[in-house]
Design a protein around this ligand. Structure first.
Ligand code: S3P
Length: 191
């Protein structure tokens, strides 16, 4: 009899939550690469930066891809490179700020990874992007404050579709990385 009666808890349990691989999303300056690299080291897994893979695939840096081929071509390549990476993903993958805006990328990440939005406020993003603005074509030509504010409005509702959200601001990178590790452990325990 007991075998036929479904266990109430088991039936109510959510589907097993994926805890692997980890994909970091967020705006330019949110710290995806720095945090991703450190997180991978802490977890003892591999790390990959999607922008680096895109540059390697194109044989030129991101600013040159924008300059020579335009943003639409960059987005197309970005989508294809991320699709390839998601077929055999590293332990931790950092995406460029615009990648998760693409519906196909969002679908792949939602299906195949646990996504984490590194959320930051405007002042943090401005401060962190100050030094390497030339490497970010979207910030190179217009007032960065205006661009970042606009991108926050456009993208934050989409980043909010990530599985987990972690705020990054003044705190050291170790604090952010430890917080992510704890959230992932918690998620694994609950699933
Ligand atoms: C972009 C972010 C950049 C890079 C490209 C476009 C964006 O990556 O992919 O310049 O659209 O926000 P980071 O977020 O790593 O700077």
């Amino acid at each position: 009899m007991s075998e036929l009666v479904p266990d109430a808890e088991a039936t109510a349990a959510p589907p097993r939550a994926r805890a692997w691989p980890v994909v970091l999303v967020g705006l330019m300056g949110a710290g995806k690469t720095v945090v991703g690299r450190r997180l991978a080291r802490l977890l003892g897994v591999s790390f990959c930066d999607a922008d680096e893979e895109i540059a390697a695939a194109a044989g030129m840096g991101i600013p040159d891809i924008f300059e020579v081929y335009g943003e639409a071509a960059f987005r197309d390549l970005e989508r294809r490179v991320i699709a390839r990476l998601m077929r055999d993903p590293p332990g931790v993958l950092a995406l460029g700020g615009g990648a998760f805006v693409d519906p196909e990328v969002r679908r792949l990440v939602k299906e195949g990874a646990v996504s984490i939005w590194l959320r930051a406020d405007l002042e943090t993003l401005l401060r962190r992007t100050e030094r390497r603005r030339h490497a970010r074509p979207l910030l190179a030509k217009e007032d960065p404050r205006r661009v970042l504010r606009r991108l926050m409005e456009e993208r934050y509702p989409l980043y909010a579709e990530a599985d987990l959200v972690v705020d990054t601001g003044e705190q050291p990178v170790e604090v952010v990385v430890t917080r992510i590790r704890d959230l992932l452990a918690d998620r694994a325990r609950r699933s």
